[in-house]
Design a protein around this ligand. Structure first.
Ligand code: NAD
Ligand code: TYD
Length: 333
């Protein structure tokens, strides 16, 4: 099979490419990524020489390139997005462009090529914010996004589904909870806190730290995506999650504990505007239909992730200093 992976230089996409090529060594992958600040080819050094892997630097909004690339593949796995809520609060422009218009361009390319199988990677944040006693999100939860990032992802989900009903495009969608693991950009909570502590800096907890997220290891997410691609019903949405809800403060204390640091390292700072209280997914239908469930125990996965950041200081220091962006120019100019 030939795959087009968009956003494959980002956190989840790069781990997906690594996962897929290991599991399906005869498949070939085109990694299409425009390399925003979040794209980092140093995350793919171990596979860049694999003959079944090809990187193309391009924008998902580029109609001609998308039409050309999509016509060469059997399957599209669409990760490319602006993904950080705090940046979407500063400006939503790139979020609408990439997440909505980019998805539209890719859908049209898939349609124009005769109906290429399309898997869309989305988030549980499209469902909005849960109260402490509410039942977790499921496939029938109405969409209720509350920040520009989740609104742009919700718009893209609606668009993807509309191409199934209107154009019979063979799509599936996955809505997953918060990922963690190796190669995550140190602006998201876990890698930011871990790398700050490695540098002996404090960790910024928003508000009172009582917001709740469900955490899943990136490999579990990608295995779920594989099951949906293999066995999922076309036109369907599948929820994925880690069954592992924690307040941000609980999570912070676990990280501090695993890193032998004191609670004095917590810096309580001004809350994020419109900060969603709680996300949680009920993925029982995915488990029943596809036999998928998360495998990595949180404490093990978190420990392994912290060890990875300890042992790969070069990777994240080059991200924090901006040097990682030079790598592309050297390798691919
Ligand atoms: P990321 O920010 O680490 O990576 C995004 C990648 O997309 C980057 O490599 C970037 O260069 C690329 N990109 C951005 N704009 C592009 C454009 N116009 N054209 C081509 N490439 C472009 O994001 P991530 O955390 O790996 O998330 C990947 C996907 O998974 C996103 O769609 C996100 O909404 C979804 N998701 C993320 C999480 C999470 O916890 N991180 C959870 C659920 C779903
Ligand atoms: P984040 O990793 O940005 O993911 P998301 O907002 O998509 O869930 O944030 C996870 C949680 O951690 C969220 O409730 C916001 C909070 N947070 C902090 O308290 N401090 C931080 O520095 C960051 C980045 C996030």
């Amino acid at each position: 099979m030939k795959l087009l992976v968009t956003g494959g230089a980002g956190f989840i996409g790069s781990n997906f490419i690594r996962y897929w090529l290991k599991k399906h060594p005869d498949d070939s992958i085109i990694n299409l990524d425009v390399l925003t600040y979040a794209g980092n080819l140093e995350s793919l050094k171990d596979i860049e020489k694999n003959p079944n892997y090809r990187f193309i630097k391009a924008d998902v909004c580029d109609v001609d390139i998308m039409n050309d690339l999509v016509s060469q593949v059997d399957l599209i796995v669409h990760f490319a997005a602006e993904s950080h809520v705090d940046r979407s609060i500063q400006s939503s422009q790139d979020f609408i462009r990439t997440n909505v218009e980019g998805t539209r361009v890719l859908l049209d390319a898939a349609k124009n090529s005769g109906g290429i199988r399309f898997h869309h990677i989305s988030t549980d944040e499209v469902f909005g914010s849960l109260g402490l006693k509410d039942r977790a999100f499921n496939e029938n939860t109405p969409y209720d996004p509350r920040n520009p990032y989740s609104a742009s992802k919700a718009a893209s989900d609606h668009l993807v589904r509309s191409y199934f009903y209107t154009h019979k495009l063979p799509i599936t969608i996955s809505n997953c909870s918060n990922n963690y693991g190796h190669y995550q950009f140190p602006e998201k909570l876990i890698p930011l806190f871990v790398t700050n502590l490695l540098e002996d800096k404090k960790v910024p907890v928003y508000g009172d730290g009582m917001n709740i997220r469900d955490w899943i290891h990136v490999d579990d997410h990608n295995q779920g995506v594989e099951e949906i691609i293999r066995k999922g019903r076309v036109g369907e949405t599948y929820l994925l999650g880690g069954d592992n809800e924690l307040t941000n403060l609980e999570l912070t204390k676990i990280i501090l504990d695993l890193m032998d640091k004191d609670e004095k390292m917590i810096d309580y700072i001004k809350d994020r505007p419109g900060h969603d209280l709680r996300y949680a997914t009920d993925f029982s239908r995915t488990r029943k239909e596809l036999g998928w469930q998360p495998r990595v125990k949180f404490k093990d996965g978190l420990k392994e992730t912290i060890d990875w950041y300890k042992n790969n200081q070069d990777w994240w220091q080059r991200v924090k200093s901006g040097e990682y962006q030079e790598y592309y120019k050297k390798q691919y100019s």
